[in-house]
Design a protein around this ligand. Structure first.
Ligand code: BGC
Length: 928
């Protein structure tokens, strides 16, 4: 067992002792019922377990109730916070206690004690009461630690190197320092950030396992710092530390090969705070005493890859013994006035490992490795060559029609690793400051064997827990779900990007809004989006225009496009629904309002028909005149999203209690819808663009008078039938089309769309071997040739927005604003599409929700899990006879309430627990 593992065991033992302590000292009154099976667990602060860099004044605490019993609701909670874990469990030295609060809130409860100081560590635990008059023991003890809250907390100075050659695309500077620590160390924390992306080492070991830190934000306005507990990396006596910095997003190439977007000079800010066992503190900070040199990383770039000359390595450069006499001095830059913030979202980490599926020679004679999955990350190799040999690795997503390595769709991005071997030993390498989007690797300049012993590909993405699982009896749909998830993994690299391979990789807002809700079903994206939305606010123009990309690296006119900029209202609302996070609405409210304000300013008589819009991007364009019908008027779309954003603003205003705004924007919405109808809808409800997207947006956003909606839905269905049940929508219509069909009673048509295997459809790429979502419906055309390489990414998540319908309608797991964050759950599965089973699970803020159905010989079975402290409305589809739950007639179970027939369905309500329903299914639609 290594030291770290031993430490882990020790920690767990200590925690168990603490829990026993807490049980013993809890001091429950005799009258209270202490159940064995009822406890609190999963304590998190600001969405993280034991975070050490919190910089909000009142951190929010969440916990989960654990019990196998049915119908358990929290009726009260008590939180206590202290500065010492052991005293806390004895109820001593309490910093703050909430007292017993009669409330069912177990998610995002504000710390309400005295103002917290920089570096303060707070231990906390909670106990809760339930509706069965039970109380849990005090929970385990978790903690949070405050970051550096004030600029004065930073004594470190920004340092830079003096080299002339310090420029974009040049070598990566390595900064180093040695230092002595005089006493035994109690704790040590490193606060660090950079202009560029950094990798730090202490005494020869890498600090942490994050990549591309400090992450991408709107650097001129907000720059994150990271905090690492480095206690175990330091020793009494001599120590050394070093930091390498790459160009990253700060000054590296971006769109149109623009560079130096945020500045020309790389820089480091480093503050190591050591506390000795005698209570004294020592600081090691970046200042003029540091040394700098260039080393093996000759260049690094997200687009182009890395050039690494291992002959230039400086072995032992972060150990005290290393001699740095030839290294240069550094300069400090006191003019840098950064707005430093703690890291709120998840950092980027290394995840899945893929071994070569096969190694082969292409018809053109290239040696190529297939990793079997289009992924984003890099290849690690362990190879042996001669000193000075140069090897090049090229990365591609696909092979062409003839089976040759294809990189045209990368445009100017090189995605190339150049490695120079230092000697004839086995050399292990993986790049530092770059990532590639690829499935295939071309190896040039290396003749030896290539196989799973010496090559591996690693997926790298923001460290979001996988919270959702979805599968069905249809393997093609399962592959689609796989592709959606991999689209998410590959494009959630610190920010939501459009694509991870060609020379873009930017936070395109339209793509993010289309996919956002689906993203919440696959992974925990609360922190990820909260952080990014702050950059959106930061980069939003004074007049409210939201840039096409966030962080904004384009010019100042690249802003305010309908369906793109609307991410300003759509994403906060989705995060609110998925996590019940009211604060994100609060945080974004001004930005939401400013965006709607921008549109108002640019409208005449409530009609927004000006500006540049992308429209229903990449809709099915077809090849003949009639196919042109899939083109939707861009201004119609703009007006539809104007209404939608206004509606979401009203929703937010209601939740935040901004009554004046509710009234004001409700009136505005009436006028906006009116203008929509007069301009784009005939009196009989025909849309001026007779497209799927046009009807989908009008119906999804409630833009038509009620009496015209059913006929409009029929028109949508006719349109779909005209295309032989193919989808023709682009980025903006796609997320909603199946929802609209389901809402108006056409789930069978929605299934037809989903199950279609020919182009254009979701399964067409699947049938053509896709392992991610493609940018276009036909990235590879039916004749196997490619779409225009200028716009042909094979890893673009927007069309993956169908995932939301798969979770919410096929499996039927949903929530809404009456109980956001799955406090109130709706379980309404919709069998169809010849599926014989479908199951989804979602780890929510309250615990696991599950809906799993199967059909066997007409017998429908539904297994449901409703987590404690929530309740669910269950809608059982197409019921013909008596329904049993765990073998009992549902009418005899007192825990099941509100049983009511609604059409063919049976509606009922349950509290938390596990349920197993069985009944005979009425023939369900035409699909079954
Ligand atoms: C991106 C898209 C983006 C679009 C805007 C493209 O180049 O890759 O996904 O939304 O531009 O038109």
């Amino acid at each position: 067992m290594n030291y770290i593992a031993k430490k882990g065991v020790l920690k767990r033992v200590c925690l168990s002792i603490l829990i026993l302590f807490s049980l013993h000292h809890a001091g429950f009154s005799q009258a209270q019922n202490i159940p064995v099976n009822f406890r609190v667990d999963n304590l998190i602060c600001e969405y993280k377990v034991n975070p050490i860099a919190v910089d909000v004044a009142n951190p929010r605490l969440s916990w989960k109730l654990i019990t196998p019993d049915r119908n358990i609701q929290q009726t009260a909670y008590e939180i206590r916070v202290g500065s010492n874990a052991v005293s806390l469990t004895k109820g001593k030295d309490i910093l703050w206690t909430s007292g017993k609060v009669l409330s069912d809130q177990s998610v995002l409860v504000y710390y309400g004690g005295t103002m917290l100081q920089s570096r303060q560590k707070c231990y906390w635990q909670v106990r809760v009461w339930n509706n069965k008059n039970q109380v849990t023991p005090w929970s385990m003890v978790n903690f949070w630690k405050m970051g550096l809250l004030k600029p004065e907390d930073w004594t470190a100075k920004w340092i830079q190197n003096n080299y002339q050659s310090d420029t974009t695309g040049g070598p990566s500077p390595m900064f180093r320092k040695t230092f002595k620590l005089d006493h035994k160390i109690r704790a040590a924390h490193l606060y660090i950030t950079a202009h560029g992306v950094f990798e730090a080492q202490i005494n020869g070991k890498r600090v942490g396992n994050d990549y591309f830190t400090p992450g991408w934000t709107s650097y001129n306005k907000r720059i994150q710092y990271q905090v690492y507990d480095v206690t175990s990396m330091l020793q009494k006596g001599d120590n050394a530390t070093g930091v390498t910095i790459g160009d990253g997003w700060y000054r590296g190439y971006t769109y149109n090969r623009k560079k130096n977007v945020y500045g020309k000079k790389l820089a480091l800010l480093y503050q190591l705070e050591v506390v000795y066992t005698n209570g004294k503190r020592q600081l090691i900070t970046s200042d003029k005493s540091w040394k700098v040199a260039y080393g093996p990383i000759r260049s690094s770039s997200f687009f182009d890859g890395e050039v690494y000359d291992s002959r230039k390595e400086k072995p032992g450069w972060t150990t005290p013994a290393f001699r740095d006499l030839t290294w240069d001095t550094v300069k400090t830059d006191e003019t840098i006035k950064d707005n430093l913030i703690a890291t709120a979202g998840p950092t980027v980490k290394k995840h899945e490992k893929f071994l070569p599926l096969k190694v082969f020679t292409t018809p053109e004679g290239d040696r190529v490795v297939d990793f079997g999955q289009n992924l984003v990350g890099w290849v690690q190799f362990k190879l042996k060559a001669n000193a000075g040999d140069t090897m090049k690795l090229f990365h591609a997503e696909v092979l062409d029609q003839k089976g040759n390595f294809y990189t045209k769709n990368l445009r100017t991005a090189k995605q190339e690793i150049t490695y120079v071997f230092k000697d004839d030993s086995v050399e292990t390498f993986e790049p530092h400051f770059t990532f590639q989007g690829f499935r295939f690797l071309k190896v040039v300049g290396y003749k030896g064997p290539l196989d799973s012993t010496n090559l591996a590909a690693y997926a790298v993405y923001s460290d979001m827990a996988q919270t959702g699982h979805f599968s069905t009896s249809n393997p093609l749909i399962n592959q689609l779900q796989h592709n959606i998830q991999w689209g998410q993994k590959g494009n959630f690299i610190d920010i939501p990007t459009d694509c991870p391979q060609r020379d873009e990789r930017m936070g395109w807002t339209g793509d993010a809004q289309a996919f956002c809700r689906t993203a919440t079903f696959n992974m925990d994206v609360a922190g990820f989006f909260t952080k990014w939305l702050k950059d959106l606010s930061a980069d939003q123009h004074k007049d409210g225009a939201v840039p096409y990309v966030v962080p904004n690296v384009l010019d100042s006119v690249s802003a305010a496009a309908s369906g793109w900029s609307d991410v300003a209202t759509i994403a906060p609302w989705n995060i609110y629904l998925a996590y019940g996070d009211r604060q994100v609405l609060q945080q974004q409210y001004e930005s939401m309002k400013a965006w709607v304000g921008y549109i108002q300013q640019h409208s005449r008589n409530y009609l927004w028909d000006t500006g540049n819009h992308f429209g229903d991007w990449l809709f099915y364009a077809g090849t003949n005149y009639e196919d042109g019908a899939a083109l939707t008027d861009k201004n119609l779309i703009a007006q539809a999203f104007y209404a939608h954003s206004t509606q979401l603003l009203i929703n937010a205003a209601k939740i935040l209690g901004k009554n004046e705004d509710v009234q004001k924007y409700t009136q505005l919405l009436v006028n906006v819808k009116q203008a929509f109808q007069s301009e784009y809808v005939t009196p009989n409800g025909r849309m001026i663009s007779g497209t799927q997207t046009s009807y989908v947006l009008a119906l999804n956003f409630d833009l038509l008078p009620v009496n015209l909606r059913l006929s409009a839905a029929k028109r949508l269905v006719h349109n779909i039938e005209d295309y032989d049940e193919h989808i023709t929508t682009g980025f903006l219509g796609t997320p909603y089309i199946c929802h609209v069909l389901s809402r108006f009673g056409y789930t069978d048509i929605a299934y037809d769309l989903l199950m279609k295997e020919s182009y254009p459809s979701w399964l067409y790429p699947v049938k053509n071997g896709a392992t991610t979502i493609w940018e276009r419906w036909d990235g590879i055309k039916p004749d196997k040739s490619f779409e225009d390489p200028e716009m042909n990414s094979f890893n673009h998540y927007a069309y993956g927005a169908i995932g939301d319908w798969m979770y919410r309608v096929i499996a039927g797991i949903n929530t809404d604003e009456s109980g956001p964050g799955f406090h109130k759950i709706i379980i309404a599965p919709h069998p169809g599409g010849k599926l014989t089973s479908a199951q989804a699970e979602l780890e929510t803020m309250y615990g696991k929700v599950k809906s799993a159905w199967s059909i066997d010989n007409g017998i429908f079975t539904l297994d449901v899990i409703v987590p404690p402290n929530t309740s669910a409305q269950i809608v059982l589809p197409a019921v013909t006879d008596q329904i049993t739950e765990s073998g009992l007639d549902i009418n005899t179970e007192k825990e099941i309430t509100g049983i009511q027939k609604v059409g063919d369905n049976e509606q009922l309500y349950v509290g938390s627990g596990t349920y197993h329903f069985v009944y005979t299914l009425k023939t369900y639609g035409k699909a079954n």
